[in-house]
Ligand binder design. Structure first.
Ligand code: COA
Length: 260
């Protein structure tokens, strides 16, 4: 598949999506969001893809936010639509994918960029990364889930401060906050993420998809996460991966999961 604003490559079970508008610091315009929707959906339905890594092109930015030039003239109605459509097409999609998504934050992750990274299942940052939700400095608020996901990851008080000050956290600070799991030199970022992906790929992809669903259930209004877990746990017993995993253990060999 050819895209204009992103690159999507598949190699050894890993789908690598690179947002590719380096002259605009990979800002998310509408066309990029639509292409990301297509690429994430395609990788998620491709059985050969076990883990997705999303990153930005160039050495400066993961994504420096939603494309400010595109919404500068919007009215209230258009603003609301922008947030609703973006959340549906990209941010909620990524959060709820059954395929694990790692955000490899290779520089600025601001506004929609940090919101995309937070929608991913976990984050790894390069040592030059800077992260923040600076929307109030533009007279708006985060609109791609930032007011919800940042407090979930860093706690309410820290999120309040980050959003109110429109400040940026550096990579080490972000790690202390729990916003990113690891900080590595920029040149090693993608290989480091591929290393984590390799560990994930040894396990049952069906069980992982169910685990993602159960973990996410904790953050859904009106959903009892424990009940979601109980159901998903039960469902595991009907999968070929469960048969293989338990049989391999008892036979003292490595499991070869069919992913079904
Ligand atoms: N939307 C649209 N264009 C953006 C952008 C965004 N969010 N972020 C950067 N760009 C563009 C700049 O307009 C500039 O384009 P130009 O060369 O055509 O003028 C180009 O990317 C390079 O950015 P520049 O600001 O010159 O780089 P810098 O190194 O001086 O500063 C940042 C880097 C990230 C601090 C700065 O670009 C910035 O503050 N960006 C906006 C961040 C933001 O508020 N995001 C939230 C949006 S809701």
């Amino acid at each position: 598949m050819n895209y204009e604003n992103i690159l999507a490559e598949k190699d050894n079970g890993i789908g690598l999506i690179t947002i590719n508008r380096p002259t605009k610091l990979n800002a998310l315009n509408r066309a990029t969001i639509l292409e990301l929707n297509e690429a994430f959906t395609a990788f998620n339905t491709d059985k050969a893809v076990k883990v997705i890594i999303v990153t930005g092109s160039g050495e400066k930015a993961f994504v420096a936010g939603a494309d400010i030039a595109e919404f500068a003239d919007f009215n209230e109605e258009e603003g609301e639509k922008l947030a609703a459509l973006g959340q549906e097409l990209l941010f909620d999609l990524v959060q709820n994918l059954g395929t694990p998504v790692i955000a490899a934050i290779n520089g600025f992750a601001l506004g929609g960029g940090l919101e995309l990274a937070m929608a991913a299942h976990f984050r790894v940052a390069s040592d030059n990364a800077k992260m923040g939700l600076p929307e109030v400095s533009l007279g708006v608020i985060p609109g791609y889930g930032g007011t919800q996901r940042l407090p979930q990851l860093v706690g309410k008080g820290r999120a309040m401060e980050m959003i109110m000050t429109a400040g940026m956290a550096n990579a080490e600070e972000a790690k202390t906050y729990g916003l990113v799991n690891h900080v590595v030199p920029q040149a090693e970022l993608i290989d480091f993420c591929k290393g984590i992906a390799a560990k994930i790929m040894k396990n049952s992809s069906v069980a992982i998809a169910n685990a993602i669903k159960a973990i996410n259930a904790n953050y859904e209004d009106g959903v009892n996460g424990y009940n979601t877990e109980i159901r998903a746990f039960g469902e595991s017993f009907g999968t070929a991966d469960f048969k293989e995993g338990t049989t391999a253990f008892l036979e003292k060999r490595k499991a070869e999961f069919p992913g079904e």
